[in-house]
Design a protein around this ligand. Structure first.
Ligand code: F3S
Length: 427
């Protein structure tokens, strides 16, 4: 079925704003028709967010496309934030790795100059947690977004109640340029209904990243309605609950392809509509202690030597909140004190948005963190890992997303703490 466009959208498609804008609109129309959309709806969020943040030397077609957009005047109608940068000289790397980074990301500076012309909100707006208060790109409930970063999309939909599909890179930029997106899937009331009920019946608060992984692997791209989690998180969407849901959501979105989940008595739509969100024939998935243990044990270790001592640890994928940074700093400090050490046993990088890192650096804990030997950075750990040299390194992480897309090995928060504060090969 062809989409019904407004007069103005049709005019753009017919070339009223030039050939480049016509191509942008045509791409969005084709995208919408592929997914059965019948119309376009306006993008209503204050800011956009783009996923392609890295100046990989091999992405020549992207740079050519960006040039065409800029020259054709097809600039973003809304300012946007970006996913994290791939590089930070402060993150430990050897001579060869540095060489590889320099060659791989040789287009970074040129690409960032293009992004600034297109509508990058500020030169340091590089994070996947653009919705943190310190960053300021936090959509309101009901707003329509054109984003693609999977961890940010699932957060915006589920925790903030905004509306966004799991778009791809570049398509999300086109939505921001045209100011409209095709209406289908998670933009519709029907598409936001749950086709799965997840019953959490654990004996203690589940590890966010394992719970999200279990849910993602089971429901894949469907919408789950999660019961029983409010007994561990409470019914107030406070900073702690939001940080938990951020990490859980990123795991659902990467271990599966979840774009929206509802948590009974906690997330906005579940509070508003309750079980009316559940479809008639919804399937049920029960998660207890044994199921979480089964899921965690199923992760393959793809290190060459499974018994190797870790050489690097990443905490903060997705980027940490300010409260999480403070909590990790305190926990490592206490752990080191208890084991009679002063510095972490594994070179460690905590990652957070530039604005969050800046806020943290103005607190006394920043000195404590540095003295313990932990680097605070704003890179994307995955971009660091995605090359043959780093891929061979035994890297540990508490991120299930990083585990899924790289050779990094997943450990729970307490296992990571043990590695850092007690040393040894295994927690
Ligand atoms: Fe963010 Fe990069 Fe992880 S974009 S979620 S830090 S893979």
């Amino acid at each position: 079925m062809p989409m019904q466009l407004t007069q103005q959208q049709q005019a753009v498609l017919d070339g009223s704003q030039g050939e480049v804008m016509a191509k942008v609109m045509k791409t969005l129309v084709m995208y919408g028709e592929t997914f059965g959309a019948s119309r376009m709806v306006p993008v209503t969020s204050q800011q956009g967010h783009l996923v392609t943040s890295f100046g990989l030397s091999m992405m020549k077609p992207v740079y050519e496309l960006m040039d065409q957009l800029i020259e054709g005047g097809a600039l973003s109608q809304q300012k946007f934030t970006m996913d994290p940068r791939p590089l930070d000289p402060a993150v430990p790397s050897n001579f060869l790795q540095n060489l590889v980074f320099r060659v791989m990301y040789s287009k970074q500076a040129d690409y960032e100059a293009q992004l600034q012309k297109l509508g990058l909100v500020s030169k340091d707006a590089f994070t996947c947690t653009c919705y943190m208060p310190e960053v300021g790109n936090e959509p309101q409930k009901g707003e329509i977004l054109s984003w693609a970063e999977s961890s940010a999309v699932v957060y915006a939909n589920s925790v903030l109640g905004a509306r966004c599909n799991r778009n791809s890179g570049i398509i999300e930029l086109f939505g921001s340029i045209a100011g409209c997106v095709p209406e289908f899937g998670l933009l519709t009331d029907e598409g936001r209904k749950a086709t799965w009920v997840v019953e959490v019946r654990t004996s203690q608060k589940p590890e966010a990243q394992v719970l999200g992984s279990a849910i993602g692997m089971k429901v894949l791209e469907d919408v789950p309605y999660i019961r029983g989690l409010d007994q561990w998180l409470g019914t107030e969407l406070n900073d702690e609950a939001k940080a938990y849901l951020k990490d859980m959501g990123a795991a659902t979105a990467s271990n599966g392809a979840v774009g929206l989940y509802h948590v009974a008595n906690l997330t906005p739509e579940a509070c508003e509509l309750g079980e009316a969100l559940i479809t008639e024939n919804a399937q049920t998935y029960v998660i207890d202690d044994a199921e979480l243990a089964r899921v965690k044990a199923s992760y393959p270790c793809i290190w060459k030597d499974a018994n190797a001592a870790p050489k690097l640890c990443f905490v903060g994928c997705p980027h940490l909140s300010l409260a999480q940074l403070e909590q990790w700093t305190d926990q490592v400090q206490e752990g080191l004190k208890a084991s009679g050490r002063t510095r972490v046993a594994v070179p460690t990088v905590f990652t957070a948005a530039p604005a969050v890192a800046e806020a943290f650096r103005s607190t006394p804990r920043a000195k404590v963190l540095a003295e313990m030997g932990i680097v605070l950075s704003s890179i994307c750990p995955l971009m660091y890992m995605n090359n043959p040299l780093c891929g061979k390194m035994p890297v540990i992480t508490n991120s299930n997303k990083l585990r899924t897309y790289s050779t990094a090995r997943y450990y729970t928060d307490s296992e990571i703490l043990a590695f850092l504060t007690k040393g040894g090969q295994h927690a």
